[in-house]
Design a protein. Sequence first.
Length: 322
Amino acid sequence: MKKYAIGVDLGGTKILAGLVNTETGEVLTSVKKKTQNNDDKPIIEKIIETIEKTILEAQISPGDISSIGIGAAGQVDREKGILMCAPNLNCYRLDIKQILENQFKLPVFLGNDVEVATIGEITFGNGIGYKNLVCIFVGTGVGSGIVCNGKVYRGSSGTAGEIGHIIVSSGGRLCGCGENGCLEAYASRTAIEKRITGAIKKGHNSVITDLVSENGSIKSKHIKKALELNDEIVYNSITEAAEYLSSGLASVINFYNPELIILGGGLIEAVDFFYDITIKKAHAKSLALASAGTKITRTGLKDFSGLVGSALLEKYYATARV
Ligand SMILES: [Zn+2]
């Protein structure tokens, strides 16, 4: 097998593509594009442009590339390579495999974004050497990949790992799934942003108003800065999110007793306070014996977990199909 593959991390807000050495995990070049611009360009065209730019920038002949792997934020049909349902991308039944194979004359493999990020972490990230672990990513939602005996566990109908919909507050806040009190209604980046903007709208003062431009989104760097400036609204929002996230983690520790939990996502990477109190509380809330056997760490590949993992899909599907 040729050693280079293209990986594409297709998230709710951005497409991140790159050329990856699948023997070492090294990312040789990467290209980022926003998924939501003010244009009507279909998402598939944006994906094609991002891959074309990656090949161009990497200065590599398509003949030296083994495959293209995509990790998409949504439900996927892995066999047929169809993105079945991706509400954040407004994408339904998109035949990604067929379209990209026709375009690039290379084999194309499709996986779910959290699943591929988990494959990235167990192959070249902080999951190396562990057989039973859970990778939890905090982003637009909260998702996780479960690794059991070295393989990604998908569940009986392929949905295992939906940690964002563990109910942490019975009858609580409404979640996007229609249920009340789910973890991601409290601990996702979306939930944190909602709580901050809601408090500002109610008339509470926050430095976020000065840090973020009008109609701009609250980024991890803004939250980090606001905490440094002792902003009460941001402090309370992050503390609340950590409280619920740690409850979710404690449930995972008690239920699965994994050797390792890897935490990822922009906020976790950028905001030490969020990460530190989450892991401290998760250990405190879980059963002593279970907690003693479970280490918690951040991702090893940072922003590239999904990109590297998707480039590995061809290899992974060939050797570890479960
Ligand atoms: Zn839910």
